[in-house]
Design a protein around this ligand. Structure first.
Ligand SMILES: [Zn+2]
Length: 239
């Protein structure tokens, strides 16, 4: 996908700079289109592990690895995947992890109507509530791309946008590259983005992600970090 080209086509007539808008819609630290956070408190050596695009058939294997380190995480799930695997979504919640909203069908929100965006968020919200009994408080935009209408949808559903401070590229890189990217991004309050699914794919191969987590967690612990859910890492006063 060439987002800048899509934006140029859409905005060329209006004379708006697609470069600047491209920055606003997809740079993780930009909050111009819709408010979002990309990093937690820096007062503790805490890291938030976040996993997008689940639940998938391989999520339970990831849960086992996290459990072996007592590491809580946050899962940004797609409504369609939750309807397909409600038992896995429930298992994630029951293991004590936080579940966020990652839209219903993982569309690129750019150029979509406010109604479409609102529906994507609310249908996913409902699917997650139905499966787990918990109502997400955080939203992560598919591809990190935000668009007009998202601000209102987030407000209506009481969702805070969350991007990331480091992204694993675990869907296209090999394990050593993923581990080294994330180790570089390991700072107080880091929000690391990995994937326990691959968009809406059934039985996705997330072997790189699983192996990266196996290698990463002991190394981060050795460096003195501990893990917190998004809710906790955003709170400076948590012990
Ligand atoms: Zn995603």
């Amino acid at each position: 996908m060439d987002l800048v080209r899509v934006l140029e086509t859409a905005l060329g007539v209006a004379g708006v700079s697609a470069g600047a808008l491209g920055y606003a819609v997809r740079v993780p630290s930009s909050s111009w289109i819709a408010p979002s956070v990309h990093r937690g408190t820096v007062v503790r050596p805490a890291i938030a592990l976040t996993f997008d695009d689940g639940p998938s058939e391989s999520t339970p294997e990831l849960l086992e690895i996290l459990a072996s380190y007592g590491a809580p995480a946050t899962f940004f799930e797609c409504g369609a995947n939750v309807r397909r695997l409600p038992g896995v979504a429930r298992q994630v919640a029951e293991a004590g992890h936080e579940i966020g909203n990652h839209s219903d069908t993982h569309p690129l929100l750019a150029l979509k109507s406010a109604d479409f965006i609102d529906r994507e968020l609310s249908v996913a919200q409902e699917a997650i509530e139905d499966a787990t009994g918990h109502s997400p408080r955080y939203f992560r935009a598919p591809y990190g791309v935000r668009w007009f209408g998202l601000r209102a949808a987030q407000q209506r559903l009481d969702l805070t946008g969350v991007t990331w401070s480091a992204i694993a590229l675990d869907w296209k890189r090999q394990t050593p590259a993923v581990v080294s990217r994330l180790l570089k991004g390991a700072v107080n309050g880091a929000i690391l983005c990995l994937h326990d699914g691959r968009v809406l794919e059934h039985h996705p191969d997330i072997g790189v992600t699983l192996q990266a987590v196996r290698e990463l967690l002991p190394r981060l612990i050795e460096q003195g970090f501990h893990f917190e859910k998004v809710t906790d890492i955003l709170c400076p006063t948590k012990n």
